[in-house]
Design a protein around this ligand. Sequence first.
Ligand SMILES: [Zn+2]
Length: 239
Amino acid sequence: MQGVDPELGSRVRRLVGEYGVVRDSINAALAFLPDAAADLAEFPSETERVQELDGACRELIDMLHAADARAESLTALHRSIADGRCTEPAETYEKSVGAALSRYDAQTTRQKYARNKSYIEFRSRVWEVQGEGAMPPLTDAIPAEPGDDGNDSDELEIGGAHIDYRCPLTAALLVDPVINSACAHAYSREAVLQYIASAQQNMVRAKCPAAGCTENLSARSLREAPDLRRRVERGVALR
Ligand SMILES: [Zn+2]
């Protein structure tokens, strides 16, 4: 362990803990944004403010990623100091953080945000106020950039037919799917049960949330989809 200050290991470990605090603060801000945006979205005059919050949401997601990259690099550094393998801690750390940050920067807007839970939540809340019907998946809503090769959707080719494995409610891959007998659209079970319950609470008839579909939807029209579940699980494993 030539040249490495023996105190360094514990200082590094403390820093990892501090990034945990940073992470909590960023998450707290992220949790607050969707409500704020949904309130503003009620007013057409506040469109620009909603856009600003959209930008802020993406920035916070970037910050969270950067904090994670630093915490992970520090954790690895701590391990290599403890093992006595580390001779140049500052260089090792900078190099590892730099590599993680440039990998992230190289991603397209879609790759960074379209499947990010916080961003989906943000856009969904604004959509609930401003949009009509089910929100299109963000992989479609965010314009393609060079690097988005069009193979980014969750469509897998099965027997020559493209089947969409995304839930129209969550915009994410189906989880524990069930099928509406009325139209054969599939949804994630938990999401569709919540959707039906909230329609009941509002005393409106639930309609299928799939784009362009107007069929009715109720707990009684749902059927199990063991085949689809297997295909989804296999599809996830292939990715
Ligand atoms: Zn449908």
